[in-house]
Design a protein around this ligand. Structure first.
Ligand code: ADP
Length: 263
């Protein structure tokens, strides 16, 4: 199935943004991008779709706010950066969506929350209620309470878990690449885009993956894991570039490339 058809057929869509998409190289939140995305998302909602956003970027936003990166090995310093940056991030999202007449809500979750049936039920009910009220939930990991062992560690997993929790029809992972390549596209110019994946175990054996970025903690391997997780609940996943002009409209019109993970 092509991307255009998949978007058209999906009513409930989860969009996940990596920090590379939301912030520039200096770590400052790219408000022009956020505003542009909000306008396109508002149009989708007006057309009957419902959306949930999973947004990284708290750590880079915290870094650019405080302007120093002295204790990067210190987990508590990183958590502190996230606590500062999360406010910046939500401020930016709120400003962007407000200009298009949409309200947003913040949901901060940890891996522990997904392991507890009562919490899971509460999260699910809150998500459904927010969306029913026409509000756009924006989910991020709760870095303040996450220590090593309970850390989800990457928002691709969180996005897949959120899509499952909300019974989404589609998960879209926006990254800084057009999709999954046969090998790391930044290292190998001859890497080829894989446009459709039906067997994730098989594709793992056939593509090579480079290192994850310094801000993005996941890398391509976690995107495959996330797609597999979502697919096991019947939710297809699209991996595509979030930084192209008007990427959401381009996707819906079939004018943007990506990798589609289908059952
Ligand atoms: P994000 O912050 O958007 O979640 P990550 O930095 O975690 O993104 O992961 C995406 C990166 O993975 C790409 O920028 C790319 O350089 C790298 N990468 C390594 N191997 C591959 C591959 N086979 N296909 C696509 N991307 C790959």
């Amino acid at each position: 199935m092509v991307i255009r058809e998949l978007i058209a057929a999906s009513r409930k869509i989860v969009f996940k943004f990596g920090s590379h998409t939301l912030a520039g190289d200096d770590g400052a939140i790219n408000s022009v991008f956020l505003e542009e995305f909000a306008g396109q998302a508002a149009a989708l909602i007006a057309g009957g779709k419902r959306i949930v956003i999973v947004s990284s970027g708290a750590q880079v936003a915290g870094l650019s706010t405080l302007g120093k990166w002295t204790r990067k090995r210190d987990i508590h310093y990183r958590q502190a950066l996230c606590a500062v940056g999360q406010v910046r991030l939500m401020q930016a999202w709120q400003g962007a969506f407000e200009r298009h007449g949409c309200r947003i809500a913040q949901i901060l979750l940890t891996q522990d929350d997904f392991g507890d049936p009562i919490r899971t039920l509460n999260m699910r009910n809150t998500l459904f209620t927010l969306v029913d009220e026409g509000i756009i939930p924006i989910i991020n990991e709760n870095d303040t309470v996450s220590v090593e062992e309970i850390k989800i560690g990457d928002n691709d997993t969180l996005a897949a878990q959120s899509a499952i929790l909300w019974s989404a029809d589609l998960l879209v992972l926006f990254s800084d690449i057009d999709g999954l390549y046969s090998k790391s596209p930044k290292e190998f110019p001859d890497a080829e885009l894989v446009e459709e994946v039906r067997d994730i175990d098989d594709i793992r054996k056939n593509v090579s993956m480079g290192e994850a970025g310094s801000f993005g903690t996941g890398g391509i391997a976690t995107k495959l894991d996330a797609a597999q997780r979502a697919l096991s609940y019947g939710i297809p996943t699209i991996l595509t570039h979030g930084g192209k002009p008007r990427c959401l409209e381009a996707l819906a019109a079939g004018n943007q490339k990506g990798t589609v993970f289908l059952a």
